[in-house]
Design a protein around this ligand. Structure first.
Ligand SMILES: [Zn+2]
Length: 44
C-alpha cells in the first residue's frame, strides 16, 4: 500500500514494501504492484 509523506512542502509517495519514494502516486502504485521488497532490479 502506497503511503504519502510530506517533505519540504511537497507530497511524496512511498512504496511501503521497500521505502522507495516517488513524486507521482501512479508511479508509486505501479512500482509497488510488482515490488517484492528484496529484488534490487528497480534501481534506476
Ligand atoms: Zn518497492
Amino acid at each position: 500500500m502506497v503511503t504519502t509523506t510530506e517533505r519540504d512542502g511537497s507530497t511524496w509517495f512511498a512504496c511501503e514494501v521497500c521505502g522507495m519514494l516517488f513524486d507521482d502516486r501512479e508511479d508509486a502504485r505501479r512500482h509497488e504492484e510488482s515490488c517484492d521488497g528484496e529484488d534490487p532490479s528497480y534501481l534506476q
